[in-house]
Design a protein around this ligand. Structure first.
Ligand SMILES: [Zn+2]
Length: 443
């Protein structure tokens, strides 16, 4: 029974198609009407956020710059202090060097004086030795003289001897005594000579001792001067240490600022990088927005209502045989997205724009046996589009604005069609609706 019905349909409605039934869901060739408003406001918000962030980053970069400058000023202060203290250290170093030279000179003077003292001591020792020798000689002379005296007077010679056995101081008494006047002149002269030699030596020794005392006094003076120099050097060393410590603390401060500046500079560089990235993001968003606006304008163009009048029948009013209606079709086991107008003798007949609008599809290439074949889609605005399929010729091109009733194509059976007919669709907001609910059939 089923099979029979199908045969009948195929025979009676030889013009039946059609491809549309296979295209369930949203057909790809129809431009959907997309609302761009949300995307646009999202992008505008993104740009505004990026602007805010750039502004904030610029403030932070400027702040970092100010901080760097002020830290550099503070660092420069320490540099100046470092230069000042270094100059002082250099001067102190010169003074220390001078002082050290003075100490060396003083030590040389002391050494010279010590040498003179030891020379003097040697001279004194020499004198003492000479005095001792003369003393010895003198004693022998006195003994001999005593013997002469004894021989001469044979009286109390022991008393004289006891006298002269003492120190050389008694020689004076002895020589000046009355007894001596009677002594032989030659012997006396000899004794006088001896005495005067001893006297002279003793004076020399005394002079040498005085000289030694003076030298020792000089040495003490020099040692004290050396001590003063050492004290001065110690003071200079302390001064040097003070400036060195100061210098060290200035260097610490200087380096602390150097670290701070480095941190700030790297922070500033990071902020600048972040700004660059944000600017790139902003540029991207701006381009996307421009594109969205362009697309929206394009879409808005298709929303242009070209024709507010009635819908017209897409073929001659004499062709009103509907071979397949809109909706479920048992024969195809699927939905039929439009109506098939399939009067006999329709091959090459004019197809008219059902309403004014813009041609958005004018497809002249196709694979035989598949799909719509050659077809036209017109956008009428307000979300309406019409589709004319299986054409044998197409007279319009994309972008062309047509008026209601304009001849746009010729009836054919290209694509998946079993015979010449017009497959006619009406779309509302991208979805297919029953054309007979919109386009009145001619009476
Ligand atoms: Zn069809």
């Amino acid at each position: 029974m089923k099979r029979k019905a199908r045969t009948i349909r195929n025979t009676v409605f030889a013009a039946v198609c059609c491809a549309a039934v296979l295209l369930s869901g949203q057909p790809s060739m129809i431009k959907p009407l997309v609302s761009h408003a949300d995307t646009q406001s999202d992008l505008a918000q993104k740009i505004k956020d990026a602007d805010d962030k750039i502004k904030e980053l610029e403030q932070k970069i400027a702040q970092a710059g100010t901080d760097i400058e002020s830290n550099k000023e503070l660092q420069d202060n320490y540099w100046e202090k470092l230069v000042t203290t270094q100059n002082k250290i250099d001067l102190v170093n010169l003074s220390v060097a001078d002082k050290e030279q003075e100490i060396i000179d003083k030590e040389a003077e002391i050494a010279a004086v010590e040498l003179r003292i030891s020379d003097t001591e040697a001279s004194i020792a020499d004198k003492e030795m000479q005095i001792e020798m003369l003393d010895k000689q003198n004693k022998e002379n006195i003994e001999r003289f005593g013997k002469i005296m004894h021989a001469m007077y044979i009286t109390d010679s022991d008393d004289y001897l006891s006298i002269i056995a003492g120190s050389a101081d008694f020689y004076d008494i002895f020589v000046r005594s009355e007894i001596m006047k009677s002594v032989n002149e030659q012997n006396l002269n000899f004794m006088h000579q001896l005495m005067s030699d001893i006297e002279k030596l003793e004076q020399d020794e005394k002079d040498l001792e005085d000289a030694k005392k003076n030298l020792e006094y000089d040495k003490i003076t020099l040692e004290s001067e050396k001590d003063d120099l050492l004290d001065e050097k110690t003071a200079l060393d302390e001064e040097k240490k003070y400036y060195n410590d100061l210098n060290t603390s200035y260097w610490d401060e200087y380096n602390t600022y150097a670290v701070k500046i480095q941190d700030l500079e790297s922070r500033q560089a990071n902020l600048q990088y972040e700004k660059k990235v944000t600017q790139a993001d902003r540029e991207k968003a701006e381009k996307a927005l421009e594109e969205e606006i362009r697309r929206a304008q394009e879409a808005a163009k298709h929303n242009t209502v070209y024709d507010t009048g009635e819908w017209a029948w897409p073929v001659s009013p004499s062709f009103t045989l509907i071979t397949t209606y809109f909706g479920y079709d048992a024969w195809r086991s699927g939905n039929h997205g439009g109506i098939d107008i399939g009067n006999s003798g329709m091959m090459g007949a004019n197809i008219y724009a059902s309403k004014g609008g813009e041609v958005i599809v004018a497809k002249t290439t196709y694979i035989p046996g598949y799909d719509y074949g050659m077809y036209v889609v017109i956008d009428h605005g307000n979300g309406y589009q019409t589709l004319y399929a299986h054409c044998s010729a197409i007279y319009v091109s994309v972008g062309q604005v047509v008026n209601k009733g304009d001849c746009i194509a010729a009836v054919g059976s290209t694509g998946w069609a079993t015979g010449p007919h017009l497959h006619f669709e009406v779309r509302k907001d991208g979805g297919r609706i029953d054309p007979l609910g919109v386009v009145p059939m001619p009476q």
